[in-house]
Design a protein around this ligand. Structure first.
Ligand code: ADP
Ligand code: MG
Length: 384
């Protein structure tokens, strides 16, 4: 359903999914004066615990979706793998951003890569593997490669590195012979991502590119401005992301991840139909955050071009930090971290820490990139 006009503050915005992205979306919506409703099956989710209302059902529960639709003026999603049919069902009753069809493209690596190609945006050479015949026929030039499940992968999960046809066969068995893509392994110099937002009127804005460092497949550190990126590559990545969003008729916040290869070329990796972990610095370093833009885009409000007012580094805070020195679960030394200038701590309200679990993030802002780097280094030592 198309909105008849903007949904103004005072209205009610819903989000499918109760994780940290939903929590920060709800905070942004509440700051602007909206009521918020979260649908999530968990009774103690990060977003559910701070929203005005929670509908506690499964994402595909007909009654839950009906209750959400009846309580809201528009709905968004925070969880990449929220079933597209749930969004389609809601869209019969109220505006949904992003649309089910756009989310479905982002949820399937094969469709996603095809969309990049259709937009003229380079991506890694790949083959779709859904059958034994396709596996046998794989171009050996794609090896060494990475076999990735087409759906439901995140934080490096659902991926196996393969160097030979025999290893490829074994990897596909290991992944349960579900539909996969085999990607050629590229020689990465570094990784960047860009966040764009588009509203139903077709206005498009973008944040500056951020440079991302992953550890064990999980985002660890984001730095902005991206220290190694040239202005020319930055402009090319922004243009590519805007084309990718506009061609999808996308409404909402979209993150596109890119690789910069050692030969200097830019390759699109994947996209997420929602605010992204690599955009959390926008909460403290920009005059409008990725979450406020999600609110504005879905509500049909004007989008403003974000301005970075401080260099920033974001450190992801994984549950491992709660188990330093192999001890029992203990809170990291927040007091010492918060005594440093320009530290902004964001914790997601998760009751128990687990290794690899995203517990929060720490944004560091400052007068110069070198000062931010120094404080970030100090924080890493305190937390390490
Ligand atoms: P996820 O959904 O887990 O984020 P990605 O496709 O982004 O999946 O892969 C996770 C990480 O693995 C990337 O950030 C990058 O470091 C590495 N990677 C993925 N694909 C390739 C590739 N084709 N060549 C080299 N490194 C890759
Ligand atoms: Mg990724």
């Amino acid at each position: 359903m198309k909105p008849s006009g903007p949904i103004l503050p005072g209205g009610t915005l819903g989000v499918l999914g109760g994780g940290q992205l939903g929590r920060m979306f709800a905070h942004a919506a509440q700051q602007l004066g909206y009521r918020t409703v979260v649908l999530d099956p968990d009774s103690d989710s990060p977003a559910g615990s701070i929203a005005h209302q929670q509908v506690q059902t499964d994402y595909l529960d007909a009654q839950g979706l009906a209750t959400l639709a009846a309580s809201c003026d528009a709905v968004t999603t925070e969880f990449e793998n929220v079933p597209a049919p749930a969004l389609a069902r809601l869209a019969e009753q109220l505006p949904v951003a992003p649309a089910a069809e756009a989310v479905a493209v982002c949820q399937d690596r094969a469709r996603e890569k095809q969309h990049f190609r259709d937009c003229g945006v380079p991506c890694a050479p790949f083959a779709v593997i859904e059958t034994d015949a396709q596996l046998q026929a794989v171009d050996p030039g794609l090896l060494p490669g990475i076999l990735k499940t087409a759906r439901l992968g995140y934080d490096g999960k659902g991926q196996v590195r393969v160097a030979s046809p025999a290893a490829l066969q074994a990897a596909w068995d290991e992944l349960g012979r579900v539909p996969c893509v085999l990607e050629q392994r590229l020689d990465l110099a570094f990784e960047v991502s860009v966040i764009v937002a588009r509203n139903v009127q077709g206005e498009l804005v973008h944040f500056p590119l951020q440079q991302n460092l992953h550890r064990d497949g999980i985002l660890a550190v984001t730095t902005v401005p991206a220290p190694d990126l040239t202005a020319e590559l930055q402009a090319r990545a922004i243009g590519a992301a805007e084309t990718i969003a506009a061609t999808l008729g996308y409404v909402g916040v979209l993150c596109v991840e890119f690789f910069v290869l050692r030969d200097g070329s830019l390759v699109a990796n994947e996209m997420a139909p929602r605010p992204h972990n690599s955009g959390h610095y926008t909460l403290d370093a920009c005059d409008v955050s990725q979450f406020e833009l999600q609110v504005r885009a879905m509500a049909g409000l004007p989008l403003v071009a974000p301005r970075l007012h401080s260099p920033a580094i974001m450190l992801n805070l994984l549950g491992d930090l709660w188990f330093r020195d192999g001890q029992a679960e203990t809170e990291p030394p927040w007091e010492a971290v918060l005594a440093l200038p320009g530290t902004h701590l964001h914790l997601y309200g998760k009751r128990s820490a687990r290794p690899g679990r995203k517990m929060g993030h720490l944004n560091i802002t400052g007068a110069s990139a070198s000062q931010v780097r120094e404080v970030a280094q100090r924080c890493a030592e305190l937390l390490g």
